[in-house]
Design a binder for this molecule. Structure first.
Ligand code: NAD
Ligand code: UFG
Length: 340
């Protein structure tokens, strides 16, 4: 039996891009996804791009019996764990759903891995675990802060569980990847972000305004202490992010214990800069209006990316214009996402 990499949540936005990167670099891939926020079409598209198929198992990461069967039937060398819920607003209304899915799901996965003798894990964490740091850029040595919502706390608590696990048993080799703001789509226009309902995040919202599905963008806050008063974030192209996973996977093959890496570009852009860059790339006008701050938002956030560069030999290569062009290509080729 050939070794495979298990990708939980592999049909989702980031997972599907990672699946493409893994297949292209010759890995065998098993995707476990319950499709609660995605479509299996993303995996058909991954096949179209790479000419290779991942094994797809539709199921829940909290289903221990299913996991045990999966680890018996397949020789899994490592696990990339994307499966989780990520809607910040919903997490405030339904916190237990988030703690159950994101924390309990991760604990069950680690238990199943340990009993199958699989000890290499890459976990999708978020810059949200830093809370609101006083200084920029954010480096991994910063203390974790106080995330402002249950989603963020579920990521921080899962990180803590994984830290305890790695300290308890030297066989574990775990990467915590703290993503900044993933955006963009595969340059083929075949896979991309397909949010359910009205998007919460900036770029999917902007691109739905551009295609005429939404009337105007609301800019949350014009009085932040930033370059133009609007929020500043470190947007990173999802294909760069995917390549970072491949490097992290290689690194944990040689390292034991737990390692934390920021995956960001080291550059911050404001909401107004994002609007302008999108207008330029798409040749469309984005109508927007200024509104009060969104509760829970921080003013600015960008990464110190040098630890990943030094230790993983990885750095984000794609420009803001690439992010915008690829987002627009995906949006215009797939106005309704994966729904035909
Ligand atoms: P996504 O919703 O597109 O992907 C998550 C996938 O997990 C979906 O396909 C969903 O169907 C699946 N899933 C959810 N719960 C599951 C369960 N219990 N069992 C099996 N499958 C399940 O989200 P994404 O943007 O691709 O995010 C992937 C991961 O990265 C998540 O853990 C998210 O919290 C984290 N993350 C995302 C961002 C971002 O801005 N997109 C930022 C930081 C961290
Ligand atoms: N914004 C708007 N209008 C919108 C949406 C967003 O002005 O309609 C602004 C926000 O106020 C913020 C910036 O655009 O200044 C980016 O907002 P996003 O919602 O796209 O991203 P966030 O930085 O708020 O959140 C993201 C992920 C979270 C994660 C967080 C920290 O969505 O899951 O980064 O990593 F927790």
């Amino acid at each position: 039996m050939l070794d495979s990499i298990l990708v939980t949540g592999g049909a989702g936005y980031i997972g599907s891009h990672v699946v493409v990167t893994l297949l292209q670099s010759g890995h065998n891939v098993i995707v476990l996804d319950n499709l609660c926020n995605s479509s299996a079409s993303s995996l058909d598209r991954a096949y179209q791009i790479t000419g290779r198929k991942p094994v797809f198992i539709q199921g829940d990461v909290r289903d221990r019996e299913l996991l045990d069967k999966l680890f018996t039937q397949h020789q899994v060398s490592s696990v990339l764990h994307f499966a989780g819920l990520k809607a910040v607003g919903e997490s405030t209304r339904e916190p237990l759903k988030y703690y159950e899915n994101n924390i309990v799901g991760s604990v069950g996965l680690c238990q199943a891995m340990a009993s199958a003798g699989v000890f290499k894990l890459v976990f999708s964490s978020s810059a949200t675990v830093y809370g609101e740091p006083e200084q920029m850029p954010i480096s991994e040595s910063f203390a974790t802060g106080a995330p402002t919502n249950p989603y963020g706390r579920s990521k921080l608590m899962t990180e803590q569980v994984l830290m305890d696990l790695a300290s308890s048993d030297p066989r574990w080799s775990i990467a915590l990847l703290r993503y900044f703001n993933p955006v963009g789509a595969h340059p083929t226009g075949l896979i991309g972000e397909d949010p359910n309902g009205i998007p919460n995040n900036l770029l999917p919202y902007i691109s739905q305004v551009a295609i005429g599905k939404l009337k105007e963008l609301t800019v949350f806050g014009s009085d932040y202490p930033t370059k133009d008063g609007t929020g500043v974030r470190d947007y990173i192209h999802v294909v760069d992010l995917a390549e970072g996973h491949l490097k992290a996977l290689q690194a944990i093959n040689d390292k034991q214990g737990l390692n934390v890496w920021n995956l960001g570009t080291g550059r911050g852009y404001s909401v107004l800069e994002m609007i302008r860059a999108f207008e330029q790339a798409s040749n469309r006008v984005i109508t927007y209006r200024m509104a009060p701050r969104r509760p829970g938002d921080i003013a600015e956030c960008w990464a110190a990316p040098d630890k990943a560069e030094k230790e993983l030999g990885w750095k984000a290569e794609r420009t803001l214009n690439d992010m915008m062009i690829d987002t627009w290509r995906w949006q215009s080729l797939n106005p309704n996402g994966y729904t035909e």
